[in-house]
Design a protein around this ligand. Structure first.
Ligand SMILES: [Zn+2]
Length: 488
């Protein structure tokens, strides 16, 4: 492929034309599939999408049988070594390290990873996102193995990692004013420390003011209060005030789980979205994963206040749960973006599951179209971030592109390339990714990282974490009890 002429990790100098069998261009306000087309970019911007470009170019690369697509926008981008994989077959959460037992709180929660390990897992996760065609990411990680919230130090490292690898990111350390504690088998109680939450917010605001727009605009800031049931009203009020003053998106998990529903009902007498609405805290800067537990009234409030849903169907489908339904949300005018939120951080697989679960939710094939799913993974996320120059390929947009191999031998027969991509259900056909005009990934490789060595490091780091699971599970069971083999 002609991309071999470029240097990985670098932005080619001067105008580059990419000729491809297919390009998803943006024409007259919508995606359009262009055949035998060309895209031309210079520095960080697209300057032409359409037929052969007749202006001067420094190089013209013929990519052949590929689909050039806008890079995916991941609103809940997996950024650690995924621990939810342990829970797919094993539960309940309080018995398998996902709710702190009283004994762990009494001994004093501590960081289960070193600062270097925290930095490494983000860098590794960012590389995995690029390998799956994701060009914009809002990282998400678990707080279960943390002392409390995420730290600005690790997010400074994350900003460096994004800049080194060439991934567009919105960064904000997760903060919270409380957490759930298991006080007896199956008994979970919320505990709050409001001052600690407000300190977390102050740190996050300080981080945002320093980091937002850095690295040539590649690194942007967001505010990331962890989940609605672990936030006090004061924390959310101040978060939204800062978001308004600084123009920052806010990501807050709510209407996402049954424990959350019960806890918020007990604390506030209603659902998360209705609690926020009561206090005027829903707005168009809010990105809310995952809405699988949303009431019709919650969805109506999302529509009324232009809240974006971050839809992550894969991680929920594994538990037999789904958003009910994407069709209904779209018909209500709710913006739907997508997130990976689990390993593999594969947005193509996620689109496939979105299509299948979206149709299952409606009980028929009119539940959702491939175009609607593809729009969510591109335009939906970009709109949530108020960035019309992302998620689309047209003159003036950012040169953020994913290139999918349509001649892959496992990918046969190919039909319409967008449909084939989604039905093929694997991002492993991502041949290359450009971000901000820079070749950030090619054939699975990213700049400055040996993926094979990184894979080994990631595994040993995860295995060390696993050894500490008994300390934060009720009754300190053995690993074998918590996570038995598929076939004992
Ligand atoms: Zn999530």
């Amino acid at each position: 492929m002609g991309l071999d002429l470029l240097t990985i990790g670098q932005r080619p100098k001067g105008r580059t034309a990419l000729a491809a069998r297919w390009i998803v261009g943006y024409v007259d306000g919508r995606h359009k599939l262009l055949e035998q087309a060309e895209i031309v970019f210079e520095d960080d911007r697209v300057i032409h999408v359409g037929g052969p470009f007749d202006g001067p170019v420094v190089r013209r690369l013929d990519l052949g049988d590929v689909l050039v697509s806008p890079g995916f926008v991941d609103l809940d981008a997996l950024s650690d070594l995924d621990t939810t994989l342990l829970t797919v077959e094993n539960g309940p959460g309080w018995a398998t390290g996902r709710v702190w037992p009283q004994s762990y709180v009494d001994r004093g929660p501590y960081e289960m990873y070193t600062p270097d390990e925290l930095a490494f897992q983000k860098r590794y996760a960012f590389a995995q996102l690029l390998r799956h065609g994701i060009t914009t990411a809002l990282p998400i990680a678990s707080l279960f193995y943390r002392e409390w919230g995420e730290t600005t130090a690790e997010f400074e490292a994350a900003a460096e990692a994004a800049a080194d690898l060439g991934l567009r990111v919105w960064l904000g350390p997760a903060y919270r004013s409380g957490g759930m504690v298991c006080t007896a088998p199956g008994v979970l109680e919320p505990r709050f420390d409001e001052a600690r939450g407000l300190r977390g917010l102050a740190d996050a605001i300080d981080f945002a003011s320093r980091i937002g727009g850095s690295h040539g605009g590649l690194v942007q800031a967001m505010l990331a209060p962890d989940r609605v049931e672990t936030c006090t009203l004061e924390l959310l009020k101040r978060t939204m005030a800062a978001s308004r003053d600084m123009g920052l998106p806010v990501r807050l998990h709510m209407a996402q789980g049954k424990m959350e529903r019960r806890t918020v009902q007990a604390l506030h007498g209603t659902t998360g979205p209705q609690w926020l609405a009561r206090h005027g805290l829903l707005n168009d800067r809010l990105i809310a994963p995952h809405a699988v537990e949303a009431e019709p009234e919650d969805l109506a409030l999302y529509a009324q206040h232009n809240v974006t849903i971050a839809h992550c169907p894969l991680v929920y489908a594994r538990d037999g749960e789904m958003l009910r339904s994407v069709r209904r949300c779209l018909d209500m005018g709710i913006t739907i973006g997508m997130g990976t939120d689990t390993a593999p951080a594969d947005m193509v697989l996620n689109m496939a599951v979105a299509l299948m679960m979206g149709r299952a939710a409606e009980g028929n094939d009119r539940g959702l179209t491939s175009a609607e799913v593809f729009n969510a993974a591109t335009i939906g996320g970009a709109d949530a971030l108020k960035r019309p120059d992302l998620g689309r390929l047209q003159a003036g947009s950012k040169a953020d592109m994913a290139i999918f191999d349509m001649a892959d031998s496992y990918f046969a027969p190919r039909i319409d390339p967008v449909q084939s991509l989604i039905f093929g259900a694997s991002g492993r056909v991502t041949k290359a990714v450009f971000v901000d005009g820079r070749l950030s990934m090619r054939d699975g490789q990213v700049a400055g990282m040996d993926m094979a060595a990184a894979r080994q490091q990631a595994q040993s780091q995860f295995d060390r974490l696993l050894l500490r699971y008994p300390e934060r599970s009720w009754g300190q069971p053995t690993l074998g009890t918590m996570f038995p083999a598929t076939y004992p």
